[in-house]
Design a protein around this ligand. Structure first.
Ligand code: ADP
Ligand code: MG
Length: 398
């Protein structure tokens, strides 16, 4: 397809990190690893409620050329940010101590060491084709590629879910971003041609076949290229509201509310004097968990097209109940729907970032064109649009 791809979408053509490594550090790396960004098909704001999510890995990856060190020195470099090599000592790493972008890989080293793993230093050169801040998990890609490389080099023998837990710990406790486990699990555990059904309560997972091409379908990602400042506070507020809802209902998490009990639970909340926002948040989380199960059943039955209306309903719920959408996301979704898409919804945390659009492959260009035209007509900068081909999770490249 001929979408409006910007430089960030030229996946697979980023700077080769081995050459960068050698130039910087004057030696050969011991290996090169890759970990992808992700897009979530369905199940939003469910992962901190012990619920279900269903991400797929993108072809866009973070790649790391790495060599281990034994002297406690950690050197980090990214081709994608200015500022040169960041040099740290592993025994001086402390949560919330800054370091800008380098806090993501440094946090992984800190989390591994905090878990008792003997990581004694490393030289790392990173490069990534995952668009940053677009809700496509460039941060988790960075964490996961670092964790996998160190796991290999220090022979730690960690599983994909264990690497994901390390990555989340780095992001939550070292960088200080309160994300759930979905992003790191997707980057570590997704496989080509599949979406990942993840139960965030116990990290059990299933690879659900999602062969779009064989079905004559395309899943577009529309990066709105906006990120509204509102996002951070709103995430914390939604999270607190969900916890309040569970507390008032006397259940550990919203995951523990059976779908059939939702109407009665909403009445209970209203009767208990819950804020009307809490009622809406509970309705979103419980129905979105249900939508994950609906989509899985449809994919298993080979009825991918029928997932379209479920995506549409997911957007309505995020827009009206959780209220985490924004004008640009609503416009992308509406324009795609009007242009004949099978389904569309915002994906990720909202307040900007990306939307996904399920369309007939033969109509994908027309749908992408309609979205781009609608953005121009509304005076927005052109969105970045590309096809999300379900790709491999973290792996060693060489
Ligand atoms: P998202 O994960 O949705 O892309 P985040 O705000 O969680 O957005 O993470 C983006 C941050 O991750 C960037 O601001 C930067 O600090 C870091 N990051 C991502 N990719 C890279 C990269 N290639 N090089 C350096 N830092 C990166
Ligand atoms: Mg992130």
């Amino acid at each position: 397809m001929t979408a409006t791809a910007g430089p960030s979408n030229e996946h697979g053509h980023g700077t080769e990190p081995s050459a960068t490594f050698t130039t910087l550090y004057g030696a050969e790396p011991h290996g090169v690893w890759a970990a992808p960004g992700r897009v979530n098909l369905i199940g939003e704001y469910t992962d901190f409620n012990d619920g279900f999510v269903m991400p797929l890995a993108l072809p866009h990856t973070a790649r790391a050329a790495v060599a281990p060190r034994t002297d406690g020195v950690l050197r980090l470099y990214s081709t994608d940010v200015p500022g040169g090599v960041v040099s740290l000592r592993v025994d001086e790493l402390a949560p919330h101590s800054g370091h800008g972008w380098a806090a993501y890989p440094a946090g992984v080293v800190w989390a591994l060491r905090a878990a008792g793993h003997p990581v004694t230093g490393a030289d790392i050169a990173l490069t990534s084709t995952v668009p940053t801040g677009a809700g496509l998990s460039s941060s988790a890609a960075l964490e996961t590629v670092t964790a996998l490389a160190l796991d290999d080099l220090f022979h730690l023998g960690l599983s994909g879910p264990e690497l994901a837990v390390i990555g989340r710990r780095a992001e939550n406790d070292f960088v200080g971003v309160p994300c759930g486990i979905m992003d790191q699990m997707a980057s570590a555990c997704c496989t080509e041609g599949h979406a990942l059904h993840l139960d965030t309560r116990d990290l059990t997972l299933r690879q659900v076949p999602f062969d779009l091409a064989a079905q004559g379908l395309t899943l577009l990602v529309v990066d709105t290229r906006v990120k509204h400042a509102l996002g951070d506070g709103a995430y914390a507020e939604r999270r607190a509201g969900c916890e309040e809802g569970a507390r008032l209902l006397g259940i550990p998490t919203l995951r523990d509310l059976p779908y059939g009990d939702l109407p009665r639970a909403l009445a209970t909340l209203a009767g208990a004097g819950a804020d009307e926002s809490v009622v809406r948040y509970v309705r979103h989380v419980v129905t979105d968990n249900q939508r994950v199960e609906q989509v899985i059943a449809l994919l298993d039955a080979g009825e991918v097209r029928a997932a379209g209306p479920v995506l549409n309903e997911g957007h309505r719920s995020l827009r009206d109940d959780l209220r985490v959408s924004c004008p640009e996301l609503d416009l992308a979704v509406a324009a795609a729907q009007e242009a004949g898409a099978l389904g569309a919804r915002m994906t990720g945390g909202g307040f900007g970032g990306s939307a996904i659009v399920l369309a007939e492959a033969a109509e994908a260009d027309a749908v992408a064109g309609a979205v781009t035209k609608a953005f121009a007509a509304a005076g927005h900068a052109a969105p970045g649009i590309f096809a999300a081909v379900p790709s491999a999770g973290a792996r060693r490249l060489g």
